[in-house]
Every structure is written in C-alpha cells, then in structure tokens.
Design a protein around this ligand. Structure first.
Ligand code: FNR
Length: 455
C-alpha cells in the first residue's frame, strides 16, 4: 500500500479523544484508550513552548518527557502504551517552527495535527488556530512543509464557515497538501457549544473529499455509546472525535456502556499516581468530571485539596499515592520541586549552595497552606524572635536562571530549603520554613500532610 494511503488508514473507522487544553494529558489519554478510544489527541501544545523544552527519558516512570528546563514543567509526557495512538496537536503559525517541533517528536508519537479551529484571543492574536482559516496560503504552507519532511501522518482540525461552498473550497485546498485526514468541528469561529453542530455541512464535505473526515462537535447529542454511532451516521463519516462527552466521563468510549463516575475517577487517579501527574492538572480534570457534584460535602472537601495525596485520599487512594511517591523518590526521581538551575544543561555546573554549616530541609513554600499573614513562616519566625528578645533573622538570596534560593541566619545558625523557588519572596519563606521546622516551631505531621515537606 502506498505510504499516503497507509497513513489515511490510521484515521478510518476511528473513535477519537479530541484535543482539549489541560484535559488531554497522559492519564486521560491512557484511560480513554483503555475504555476503547482508537486514537487520542493531546491538548494543543504551542510550538515555541516545545522548542524550548528538552527531551528526557524518564526511566523511573517509563515515560518520555519534554520538560521546560527553566522551571521543570512537563510540557508533554508520553509513554509506549500510547506511542502508536497519540496525535500531538500543535498550535503554530509558522512552518519553520512547526517543522522543528515535528522533528523533535516524530519518533515518539503517531501523528501531528495542526490546530486551525481555536477561536480564543490568545490563538487569534498569535496568528494560530482559527486565524489560519482566513489565511489558507499560510495554513497550506505549514501543512505542506510537514507532509514533505516528516515521517508520520499530518492532519489538521478546522471549524466550518457559514457558507458550505466556502468550507468545501478551503477543505479542498488543505487536502491538496497531502494531509492524511481532516477533523471538522461543525461550528463557525463565533459559534459556541450551545449552538447546533452543522452535521449536514460535515456530511457534504465528507462526500466531496477522498481522505478520512473526522466529525466533531457532537457531544451535545452524545449521552451514551450508541449516540456516537448516530452522530457518525448523521455526519456521513467513518470517524468521529469527542471532546466534552469524554471530558465528563471518558468511559463514553466503552462499548459496554458508561461506567459509574466514581469508578472512572478512581481509575483516572491511579493513572495520575502512576504517571506522577501534577496535582493542579489532576484536580482540574476531576473537577470537570464532578461538575455540579462539587457542591456536595465530598465535592467541597475535594476543592480544598492541594496535593495529589489529598485528592487521592478522598477516593481511598491516599496510601497508594504516598507509597508510589516514596517509591519514585527512593529510585531517585527528581520531583517538580527539585528543579534547579542548569539541571538539564549538558555542561551542568552545580551551583554551590550547600555547605556544612547550613541546615537544609526539603521545604516547599505552598502559599495556599497559609490562610493569614501571621501564619506565614517568616512572620512566625519574627514573632519567635520577638518572644525570645533576640535579633531578627537575616536573609541572603541567590538567583540563577529565574530561580531563587534563600539562606536565613537565626541565632548564628543558617537554614535553607533545598528547593529553588520562582521568586525571592517564596525563597525567603522557604528558608524560614526550613528554620521553624528545624527548631520545632511547627507541627511536622501537618507539614507532611499538606505537602510542604518531603521527608
Ligand atoms: C476544547 N477544544 C479544543 N480544540 C482544539 O482543537 N484544541 C484544543 O486544545 C482544545 N481545547 C479544548 C478544551 C476544552 C476543555 C474543551 C471543552 C474543548 C474543542 C474540542 O476539541 C471540540 O472541538 C469541541 O469541544 C466540540 O466537540 P464536542 O465537545 O462537541 O465533542
């Protein structure tokens, strides 16, 4: 079979997890595949973010990570389980940048999609997303550059125009670049989810082009698995892509029917633990599953959670979370908090901050753990000095690559947190926390529980 047709086959008769910012991260993609999705799209990832990232093979999690070296943020994490099924969606307006990213990731993923439908101001201002719908030459240039130079299939996702003919014209132009499939969201740039999806427009396009058309926009009509097929038929396509119905309960992909939400959340959280997903992303995704259930007493308790362990504890997975986190730590995994300057640079020079006379602890300053100013570590240390009638603490801060570490001197002794913080204020609070932790001014158990200390 010619290369081109083989690529097209990948998109035929498929039920697909649609790209969703913050939702389409690794645990959600793996779970969707487990329930029955054939392909999974990542959230939209912006080209320049990728370009500044470094690729790291994470031996402990068995993942490939693209990491922002300045702060350790995981821009994209993937693994073998999804390698043949994951499509990275790129936000880009520039063929050169898109190609550079494609070259960075082509051996780790199954395909690359270009977002041509995002109506958000951020995208439009940057000439990305739906801005490309009105710049067909630029859109084609991006696609053609990728199709000609990358070994994996290239696709794009668009929205429709008011005019069916205008939409068909655009689709034909995009198809002429050699893309393997095209996803079509049946709403215009200005239409919102409450508007009807233009299934009829998708149907006409599907009849007029000879590559797979992936219908999108049907979540309002999709309550259960069978509805996916009704949507498929209404659009006259063989493949569909589902966003909101999967965001709420990704077992929508299961032929056996939707699973109870709690079962889905438990399975999702287990994956978050196993792939060390960030607490904020995990919380966001669970919130989108809970929806109005956030108003229940359990939902309210969940909303107060800050750490992954706290979130997991609500679904009786706190112990499993702690066990896995300790296991990863013992194997030497570098936590998000342990990112330090030059960490990913090949010519890494260790900045000397540790010396024998500094007492160091792994203390993270997490602002939300303090409800009022007097509770802040620095305030507590000052209050303690006033009580003892001794000199106030002195802070000394070093900075490198936009990261900060402070050392506090209290009663002739120096204390510091091992963690680098994003600003001087946080670094000083971290040092103060290490000090009050060390001299026993705080409840150690509480600090462990709220994620401030890893010891
Ligand atoms: C989206 N959508 C979207 N589309 C896209 O091309 N790239 C993206 O990153 C996102 N992000 C995103 C986040 C969230 C939370 C939602 C709900 C949606 C749009 C999405 O892929 C899809 O086109 C629409 O939601 C319509 O499909 P459904 O929801 O009717 O299946």
């Amino acid at each position: 079979m010619p290369e081109c047709n083989r690529n097209e086959e990948m998109y035929r008769n498929r039920i697909i997890l649609a790209p969703m910012v913050r939702v389409g991260t690794l645990p959600m993609r793996i779970l969707s595949l487990r329930y029955g999705a054939d392909l999974v799209y990542t959230e939209e990832l912006i080209d320049w973010k990728f370009l500044k990232s470094v690729r790291v093979e994470n031996q402990i999690l068995q993942t490939v990570d693209f990491i922002d070296p300045t702060d350790g943020t995981i821009i994209f994490r993937t693994c073998n389980t999804e390698k043949k099924k994951v499509i990275v969606q790129l936000g880009t307006c520039d063929p050169e940048r898109a190609l550079k990213v494609a070259k960075m990731i082509e051996n780790d993923v199954a395909g690359i999609d270009i977002n041509m439908g995002c109506p958000k101001e951020f995208s439009l201002k940057g000439g990305m997303g739906a801005a490309l719908l009105t710049q067909p030459e630029r859109a084609k240039n991006i696609l053609k550059t990728l199709v000609d130079n990358v070994s994996i299939p290239i696709t794009c996702k668009i929205r429709v125009f008011e005019s069916v003919e205008e939409t068909v014209k655009l689709v034909n132009e995009l198809v002429s670049t050699g893309i393997s499939a095209i996803a079509i969201h049946g709403r215009t740039k200005t239409e919102r989810p409450q508007h009807f999806n233009r299934n009829e427009t998708i149907k006409i396009i599907a009849q007029r082009v000879n590559i797979p058309v992936i219908a999108n926009g049907g979540s309002r009509e999709i309550e259960k698995y069978e509805d996916i097929h009704k949507f498929k038929e209404a659009c006259g396509v063989s493949s569909v892509m589902i966003a909101r119905a999967a965001e709420g309960n990704c077992s929508i992909f299961s032929k056996e029917g939707k699973k109870p939400l709690d079962d889905v959340i438990i399975e999702y959280l287990r994956l978050c633990i196993e792939y060390d997903n960030s607490p904020s992303n995990t919380k966001y995704c669970v919130q989108n599953m809970l929806k109005e259930l956030q108003e229940t007493p359990r939902g309210k308790k969940f909303l107060e959670c800050q750490t992954l362990e706290q979130i997991c504890a609500i679904w009786d997975l706190g112990g499993y979370c702690r066990k896995k986190q300790l296991e990863f730590q013992n194997k030497g995994m570098i936590g998000r908090r342990e990112v330090c300057p030059d960490m990913f640079s090949p010519a890494r020079k260790k900045i000397k901050t540790s010396c024998d006379d500094i007492t160091e602890h792994k203390c993270a300053f997490i602002r939300v753990n303090y409800s009022s100013d007097p509770e802040l570590p620095k305030s507590k240390l000052i209050a303690h000095c006033n009580k003892l009638k001794v000199k106030l603490p002195k802070y000394e801060t070093i900075s490198k690559d936009k990261l900060f570490r402070s050392i506090v001197t209290f009663q002739g002794k120096k204390y510091s947190s091992n963690y680098w913080e994003k600003n001087k204020r946080f670094a000083e609070q971290g040092a103060a926390l290490a000090c009050i932790y060390s001299i026993g001014l705080v409840d150690k158990k509480e600090l462990v529980e709220n994620g401030s200390i890893l010891e």
